[in-house]
Design a protein. Structure first.
Length: 187
């Protein structure tokens, strides 16, 4: 019986090993099923995260496109402002140049005006001297004419002068006949 016992023991060992293997397979299958469930949950979670990232990426792409278009518009606007600023700077330089020329012309005209005013003042002074001298000469001429008249009056015969009546009033009429009357005699 030893041989048979050994054989039974060997079979029992094989049978036990087979059950252990089957049991281990079931345990492994359960662990594998749990791992599959866990992996499926992870896949589901990753899929959701991927969808969220995809939506987030789409939103970011939209934001990048918007910001890019805003940047391009801002660059265009900045370029336009820059060209306007350059044009205004050029106009300012031209105006400054013109202002310098106008200031020089103003200074020259102001100097000429001051010179003309000085000449006018000298001429007015000369005119006043000439007027004063003319008045003096006129007074002297009147004195000389008076002296000459006195001399001529001494030599010339005296004219006969009749006094003519001054009739500044209208000539009177006779109230009854309406004929003209003579002028009244003045006393």
């Amino acid at each position: 019986m030893d041989g048979q016992e050994q054989e039974i023991d060997a079979m029992f060992t094989k049978f036990t090993d087979a059950f252990a293997y089957i049991r281990q397979t079931f345990v492994n299958a359960n662990q594998f099923a749990e791992q599959v469930k866990s992996l499926q949950a992870q896949v589901t979670q990753l899929t959701q995260e991927f969808e969220q990232l995809k939506q987030h990426n789409t939103a970011l792409d939209s934001a990048v496109n918007t910001l890019t278009s805003e940047r391009d518009a801002a660059r265009n606007e900045a370029s336009q402002y820059k060209s306007e600023a350059e044009a205004k700077e050029k106009a300012r330089d031209e105006a400054e140049k013109n202002a310098g020329e106008w200031y020089q012309a103003h200074t020259q005209v102001s100097n000429e005006l001051a010179s003309v005013k000085g000449q006018l003042s000298e001429r007015e002074t000369e005119l006043q001297r000439a007027l004063d001298e003319g008045k003096s000469l006129k007074d002297q001429l009147e004195r000389v004419q008076a002296q000459i008249n006195q001399i001529y009056q001494g030599f010339a015969p005296k004219p006969v002068v009749e006094v003519v009546q001054d009739h500044s009033d209208p000539q009177p009429r006779d109230p009854a006949t309406q004929r003209w009357q003579g002028w009244p005699q003045r006393a």
